[in-house]
Structures are given as C-alpha cells and as structure tokens.
Write a protein that binds this ligand. Sequence first.
Ligand code: DQA
Length: 143
Amino acid sequence: KRVLVLNGPNLNLLGTREPGIYGADTLADVETLCQQAGSELGLSIDFRQSNHEGELVTWIQEARTTADAILINPAAYSHTSVAIPDALKAVGLPVAEVHLTNIHQREAYRHHSYVSAIAYGVICGFGVTGYRMALIALAEKLK
Ligand code: DQA
C-alpha cells in the first residue's frame, strides 16, 4: 500500500527552526524515519513538503489515483486552511494528522485544527515519533 506523507509550511526548516520547540531532527531525518517505518510495515512512502497551500491541495487531489492513505502535518495551515480539509474530504482516503508538538499546550490559536474534523486520527506532542505512530495506525487500517 502507498502512503503520501505531506508536510506543510516551514517544516523544511526543521532542525534549525526553534529547536527548543520542534527538536533537532531535520526534515531529511523525518523522511528517513518514514522510509524505514514504511519498509518495516510494507508501505511505500511518497514524502513531500511545501510552503504553498495550493500545491498541497494539488498533491492531495493527485493522491486519488496514486495513494491509499495520507499522513499530513499541515503545520500552520492546520489552523487557517479550509481548502486542505476540503481536498482531503474530496479524496476520501484515510488521513492521519500529525503534529510534532502538543498543539493543545501552546498558543490558543494552535488549539484548533480544521483538518482534525476529517482525519481518521490525530497524533500530537510525540515529536518525530508521531510520524512512525501514524504509519503504524495507517498500515493497520489498510489491512
Ligand atoms: C506544527 C504545529 C503548528 O501549530 C505549527 O504552525 C507548525 C508545526 C507541529 O508539527 O507541531 O508549523 O504542525
């Protein structure tokens, strides 16, 4: 089975971006972790990052024919975008939402995510391990 792993804005700066909050791992480290978890779980992983809402929407739409599930860390778009959950809903694949940080513990404007309403499950606060946890859950779901 194929999982599209999407990362939203500023996650390309992981490792150097507020490491006290987001940790020292880079996005390349996260991709390595996902590829490793994917090979253990029998999932093929298509790992991407974009700083552009519309590009994320286009990739989600394309997943209709190229993926069996989507793992997404929508980053700041979690809290602002209606287009991303609309696209995810249109595609209808199981969605795992991941946040590195515990968004409920942070600023009030991070407490709500529009994606959560349409997600199969949400994982936050476990750092990069959350990606692994979400892939385990999606592999189980896709069995
Ligand atoms: C984030 C949390 C968001 O509030 C923030 O805008 C991010 C990253 C996380 O992974 O913890 O960019 O999605």
